[in-house]
Design a protein around this ligand. Structure first.
Ligand SMILES: NC(=O)c1ccc[n+]([C@@H]2O[C@H](COP(=O)([O-])OP(=O)(O)OC[C@H]3O[C@@H](n4cnc5c(N)ncnc54)[C@H](OP(=O)(O)O)[C@@H]3O)[C@@H](O)[C@H]2O)c1
Length: 318
């Protein structure tokens, strides 16, 4: 495994990290999920991402159980808050930060979170209240570092400008060969301010593995066809011209002795501001294959060729 420093923190995180949205504690059978987590730890994946909202607490509870007995200092644990846990328990107010943090700690069976993330910006709470509550969480020792996910650039800048409060070290945007929006302003702003990207859906939920083939029935046992995990699938990516573009990456992947999946992960890691690609995995073999992307470098010529192949898909899908 290869590791990168997370923003202005002293955390070194694996270039490929393991997420738990839709999968663990929910869509994937518990034994299979435990096998994925063990495989990840065995191959040096030291960074695990979850959120209170995943399965409304079940992903955190699953991880609390799966990581029980694993030396706490051997992995970096990230979770998040914002989305409604009940009709009234939601957002980033000071009281919610205190309550949701304590609930997450209990479910995760730990007394600290390495990276506590604001899952979205909360327009209903003054930013200063949120930042002060995050500062209090860090000062209490329950949280080591803080981050955000999908915040607009002006709100990121406002947090950076605020005096006397804790500094964000991470940003968690969607980012993949087929979703490049963060390149516009979030990545440049973060790069200047000691904030790394830890990116979600780097495989576009599986599309960038190349297993969805144009003109063919969707594979059974995949997220696109899963009743429990397919709800948020980006159906527009299942158009034949998008799937064909992904297939057209195969010669490049072969040239580099990589799978299309590994090429897609190496592509997000080509950006120096990306500290880690957070993958989802339903099977231990996926964890192993995806981890193989760590440390793989793509030349400027390869990147140009990838862009040319994906240009039509990007124009229509993004
Ligand atoms: N901050 C946010 O708002 C936000 C939003 C979404 C996700 N996230 C985080 O990002 C993590 C990753 O998101 P994601 O699950 O959408 O990521 P992804 O890596 O793009 O997609 C994961 C899915 O692709 C399929 N897959 C992965 N590797 C494969 C392989 N080698 N071969 C074949 N299929 C493979 C698996 O689904 P099947 O086997 O079922 O096809 C897997 O569950 C989440 O777990 C979560 O921690 C954050």
């Amino acid at each position: 495994m290869h590791y990168r420093k997370l923003g202005n923190s002293d955390l070194n995180v694996a270039e490929i990290s393991l997420g738990s949205w839709l999968t663990y504690g929910a869509g994937v059978d518990a034994q299979q999920a435990i096998a994925c987590v063990r495989t990840a730890l065995d191959i040096g994946i030291n960074f695990i991402d979850t959120a209170n909202i995943y399965g409304r607490g079940t992903a955190e509870s699953f991880l609390g159980e799966a990581l029980n007995g694993v030396a706490r200092s051997s992995y970096v644990l990230a979770t998040k808050l914002f989305f409604p846990m009940t009709e009234t328990d939601k957002g980033l107010s000071a009281s919610q930060i205190r309550k949701q943090l304590d609930d997450s700690l209990k479910r995760l069976r730990t007394d600290y979170i390495d990276l506590y993330q604001c899952h979205r910006y909360d327009p209903e709470t003054p930013l200063e209240e949120t930042m002060k509550a995050l500062t209090e969480a860090v000062n209490s020792g329950k949280v080591r570092y803080v981050g955000f996910s999908e915040w607009p650039a002006d709100k990121i800048q406002a947090a950076i400008n605020m005096p006397g409060v804790v500094r964000f070290v991470s940003s968690q945007p969607q980012y993949s060969m087929l979703w490049r929006q963060p390149e516009k302003d979030v990545i440049p702003l973060c790069a200047k301010n000691g904030i790394s990207q830890i990116v979600w859906s780097p495989l576009a939920q599986g599309i960038l593995t190349g297993k969805y083939l144009p003109g063919q029935t969707l594979p059974a046992d995949s997220r696109a066809t899963s009743a429990s995990m397919g709800y948020f699938f980006r159906k527009e990516l299942l158009q034949d011209h998008v799937l064909q573009s992904v297939q057209n990456l195969l010669p490049i992947a072969k040239e580099l002795n990589l799978s299309i999946t590994q090429l897609a992960l190496a592509w997000v890691l080509r950006e120096p501001n990306v500290a880690s690609a957070i993958i989802g995995a339903t099977k231990p073999e996926q964890v192993k294959e995806n981890a193989g992307a760590a440390g793989k470098k793509l030349s400027p010529d390869i990147i140009k060729r990838i862009d040319a192949i994906l240009a039509p898909a990007l124009a229509k899908a993004a």
